[in-house]
Design a protein. Sequence first.
Length: 254
Amino acid sequence: MASESMRTLYIDIETSPNLAWVWGLRLQNIGLNQLVEPTRILCAAWSWDGETQIEFTAEWQKAGGREMMLSNLWTLLDHADAVVHYNGASFDVPHMNREFLEAGMSPPSPFAQIDLYRAVRKQFRFPSNKLAYLSQVLDLGDEGKLHTDMTLWTRVLAGDPDAQREMQVYNEEDVVLLKDLYDQLLPWIPSHPNTGLYAEGNDPMCVACGAVDLVKEGFAYTGAGKFQRYSCGACGKWMRDAKRIETTPMREAR
């Protein structure tokens, strides 16, 4: 739904677990000398706004392997104006940044982050904020979603081709759900990047979806003045003019 001029990337990664020697199953304080193998990115799936195709890259792919996977991820972030993810501000993006740093790569060009997990936590009170749960209650078409447990990861790490194909399906399905969830959450997302900044022309448009179907809906009042308020007829987003139409006179302090 976003403006075609703003390059919006939907992305989801899968990582390996940390492997360590432990003395028990509960309340463990694991030292660095117990760490056998740290976590790493195993694969990633993505799609661009306005496209239906889901792309995929993984460390086990013969064409380029891990080096090509990291190159693909860096290029994606470098080309994006905005990146949509689910808990990606705390998980996906920091994991990718760590991998880039360890590989001696420079940072990709800056991009805006649209973390749907943070939007859900701030705006709603669901029994669970997991993507799988939201896909059910919001009817995002989760009937055929692959259900997994830790055994899938252990099979992938053992090099099982069937498990690798299952993880690809699992990864790609999350991107499909991510795109559908974004469309439903769009008017609720706080501080959404202003799509109008990327569009040509001077016509007023929705800051979220880029539509020009804006309806005047009263006024917004702040301590600094009065602003025209709008609602978007396409996505339902509320917004206001940046320019004041009336200034509140300052009163003498007493």
